[in-house]
Design a protein around this ligand. Structure first.
Ligand code: ATP
Ligand code: MG
Length: 420
């Protein structure tokens, strides 16, 4: 038997209601805030991710699905969406008409990580990006949107962690302080961090290994080294969140895994998913557009882990909507098959969800099937009903029955449904 690849999975019809509900809630919310949807390719040139995410990140070093196509070009299944959105913004010169743009996109990402609950090799993200606004109000707006989305989905117990990573002006001073600290504590670092220390010391703060966490407990923080502008920026973000009742904490250990972040960084954490606790993450990346060949245009964005979100929601309430249908047509005997099929199609075309069974089974077994499908009504057409031109239309909840002739059957059914 051929099965899915490790870390890949099917999202089955019984789980789709939840996925669609989240998608709908998110798109409506984005629409309210002036975001427009954008759909991008899953496959991009490897260079796009190497240059944006950073050569020494876990993603680029060991998690990307990269392969040569038949002509030898190096291609990569996108591990995240931001780089592609930025590419598209630059490629189509969207900044020319108006640099201020708000986008969202929903789709699969690919990372070759160790699969476990809440962590897959193909996973889905809901991604939002804002270009052309350097003001801290937009940072607050994005965190507000995340907060509102979770609220609309009926989730509580989620917490926004925020931090400021500084800018190219103040970060070097901090980096020097951190490097000095790491040199002093070199022996206590994990092998990965010993390596990271040289190229990107900031990332040691994010190390998940227990020994590093301990070693870095008293490490210098970015917050202690912010320049005046970064400091003011961060103060306004916090002030707006307080004014808008967004529950958050300042977390000086929060650094995002990717190279391109500056100033505000944030994550939404939950305690209900065990080790995989981040449901969403994002931050400002003011230099990325320029680094990828565009103009000097600030930007900020976030990505929500769609899979993890569905897992938290499934804990809140087990899939609420049972897939029901309006009418199950019970056609018994050869005579009823053809008209039954035509009624079913006509009802479906009219937006009245209908199904029938073509196996010619008994009334009893078909009534059972109607129950199983959670049908609201059954339409019974046996030889007798057809010969007498009197079909039975039965409401499965109230058990009320109506006898209807075949001539205007669709109209009559619509009338009866309206009356209910
Ligand atoms: P983590 O720390 O859990 O590895 P991350 O910082 O690598 O997360 P981001 O790149 O910020 O994740 O992606 C945003 C969100 O996407 C995460 O908060 C998480 O909810 C989700 N996510 C990331 N990797 C996976 C994965 N392999 N499987 C499922 N969801 C994922
Ligand atoms: Mg990760």
């Amino acid at each position: 038997m051929i099965q899915t690849i490790r870390g890949f999975r099917d999202i089955l019809p019984e789980d789709i209601a939840l996925w669609q509900k989240i998608e709908k809630t998110a798109s409506e919310l984005f629409d309210n805030f002036g975001f427009r949807e954008i759909r991008l390719p899953i496959l991009e040139k490897t260079e796009l991710f190497a240059r944006s995410i950073g050569e020494t990140t876990d993603i680029v070093e060991k998690e990307m699905y990269t392969f040569p196509d038949r002509k030898g070009d190096k291609l990569t299944l996108r591990p995240e969406a931001t780089a592609s959105v930025v590419r598209s913004y630059i490629q189509h010169k969207m900044y020319a008409a108006d640099p201020v743009r708000k986008f969202y996109t929903i789709g699969p990402m690919f990372r070759r990580e160790r699969p476990q609950k809440g962590r897959y090799r193909q996973f889905y993200q809901i991604d939002a990006e804002v270009f052309g606004v350097s003001s801290p109000y937009i940072d607050a707006e994005l965190i507000l949107i995340l907060n509102e989305l979770f609220k609309r989905l009926g989730l509580s117990g989620l917490k926004a962690h925020i931090n400021s990573l500084g800018c190219p002006e103040c970060r070097p001073v901090f980096q020097k302080a951190l490097k000095d600290f790491l040199t002093l504590n070199y022996d206590r670092l994990c092998p990965d961090c010993k390596r990271r220390m040289e190229k990107n010391p900031l990332r040691t703060l994010d190390c998940k290994s227990l020994s590093c966490r301990k070693a870095l407990e008293n490490a210098p923080s970015t917050l202690g080294h912010l320049c005046n502008e970064c400091s003011e920026h961060f103060e306004i973000v916090k002030k707006m969140l307080v004014k808008q009742n967004v529950d958050f904490i300042v977390d000086k250990t929060l650094v995002r895994g990717l190279d391109y972040y500056s100033r505000t960084a944030f994550e939404i954490l939950t305690t209900s998913l065990g080790a995989q606790s981040a449901v969403a993450g994002g931050g400002r990346y003011d230099s990325l557009v320029k680094e990828l060949g565009g103009k000097d245009i600030p930007a900020i964005g976030f990505a929500i882990g769609f899979d993890r979100l569905t897992e938290i929601m499934a804990q809140v309430k087990k899939s609420d909507e049972k897939p029901g249908l309006d009418i199950f047509i019970i056609a018994i005997g050869k005579q009823a098959m053809e008209p039954g099929y035509l009624w079913m199609s006509e009802l479906n075309l009219a937006g009245i969800k209908s199904e029938m069974d073509f196996s010619g089974r008994s009334l009893k077994s078909l009534m059972k099937r109607a129950d199983k499908l959670n049908a609201g009504h059954v339409l019974i057409a046996g030889d007798r009903e057809i010969n007498e031109n009197a079909l039975i239309f039965r409401n499965m909840n109230t058990r009320k029955q109506n006898i209807i002739p075949m001539d205007n059957i669709i109209k009559d059914i619509k009338k009866l449904l309206k009356k209910e």
